[in-house]
Design a protein around this ligand. Structure first.
Ligand code: OSB
Ligand code: MG
Length: 369
């Protein structure tokens, strides 16, 4: 398939409500949408880099710049037969996984469309619907948090993930458990602690949490292994796993018992699948994380989450959990059993609402052969 055209659009999506984590607050989501054209077919990808370098060193601006200056010239006009072929062309560039993934996803969409198959099936997915959990940011106070949890539970979400930080942790979880003794519950610290907090974090063991996500440093594996040996609760790594080699090291060291796979963080669907396969071979379950995606990124997440070793509820919520107006049709909706359907149409399987994208565009660039 000759890559004839690539279009980048930076769009500004208004979030329904403030999303607060241990590294800051988000009120809007600036996000890069990639369109790739070959032979009357269009493929879409989404770059999940955020505005500031907090979750990752990548930002909207670094991704735009790396895509435009280095990555797009490496693939534009080339005859690419499959996704691993595309990744070979991009392999000269180190890091910048979110930028890389956005191009790779657009190619997967094209590739699946050229085969006339849903992306899920091309990836080796085996599910028609995937279990959905919700990620809840840090709230003003506990009353507000309980109210928020209640709303999402009544919508049917299968598990609740609470963001924590040193001033919003043990007491909060204790209170939540008092009200909801049995719900599937987990926490995510986004690297807000150090190993010197091990005894503090150990107190979380009494709350029967499904897991503790990324308690320590974003690039650490050694201290996570030490902490995991002290805790009953499984550790799940997010930020620390950017490559298949990170995953191999984490499994070897015993740094975690679960891995959160984010397609953007690991550089695309091909690597996401590789990490999935490695974890499956080692008896380590995975689930799909989220980055406040639009419907395009959500469709990609749903497709990868349909693979067999995605064994825990995913951070893939309905479109309306974050946005009044999604850019795909139909928007993603939660079934009454707390699942989301895997699209059956070719490629990412949803219609892209170009007019809506255009309305939200703040910057645009088109590259042609
Ligand atoms: O750590 O999983 C995270 C959002 C932005 C950056 C990092 C994270 C998150 C979430 C939200 O937890 C997941 C989602 O619902 O998209
Ligand atoms: Mg996380």
């Amino acid at each position: 398939m000759i890559i004839e055209e690539i279009q980048l659009r930076l769009i500004n999506m208004e979030l329904i409500s403030l999303f607060e984590t241990s590294f800051g607050r988000e009120k809007k989501r600036k996000i890069i949408i990639v369109k790739m054209v070959s032979d009357d077919l269009e493929g879409y990808g989404e770059c999940v880099a955020m505005e500031g370098p907090w979750y990752s060193y990548e930002t909207v601006e670094t991704a735009w710049s790396i895509l435009q200056k280095y990555m797009i010239p490496l693939v534009l006009g080339k005859d690419v037969k499959d996704p691993s072929d595309l990744l070979k062309l991009l392999s000269k560039v180190r890091g910048h996984n979110m930028a890389r993934a956005s191009l790779e996803e657009a190619f997967w969409d094209l590739y699946a469309k050229s085969l006339g198959e849903p992306l899920s099936r091309v990836l080796g997915g085996v599910k028609n619907k995937i279990p959905s959990g919700v990620s809840i940011g840090i709230q003003k106070n506990i009353q507000q948090l309980l109210k928020t949890i209640d709303t999402y539970l009544s919508e049917g979400y299968q598990r609740v993930k609470l963001k924590i930080k040193p001033s919003w942790d043990i007491e909060v979880i204790k209170e939540v458990r008092k009200h909801y003794p049995d719900i599937p519950l987990m926490v995510d610290a986004n690297a807000a602690y150090t190993i010197s907090d091990a005894h503090h974090l150990k107190k979380l063991d009494e709350f029967n949490l499904l897991m503790i996500e990324q308690p320590l440093g974003y690039d650490d594996l050694v201290d996570h292994a030490k902490l995991q040996s002290m805790l009953k609760t499984p550790i799940c790594l997010d930020e620390s796993i950017k490559t298949i080699n990170d995953a191999r090291a984490a499994l070897k060291l015993g740094s975690c018992k679960i891995i959160n796979i984010k397609v953007g963080r690991v550089g695309g669907l091909f690597y996401a699948k590789k990490i999935h396969d490695l974890c499956q071979a080692n008896g380590v379950p995975v689930w799909c994380g989220g980055m406040l995606e639009t419907g395009i990124g959500r469709a990609i997440n749903v497709a990868i989450a349909s693979l067999p070793n995605f064994k825990l509820p995913n951070d893939i919520s309905a479109s309306k959990r974050y946005y009044h107006e999604d850019i795909v049709d139909p928007p993603f909706e939660l079934n009454s059993d707390g699942t989301i359907n895997v699209p059956k149409n070719p490629g990412i399987g949803v219609k892209i609402l170009e007019e809506r994208i255009e309305k939200k565009t703040v910057k645009e660039a088109t590259f042609k052969v």
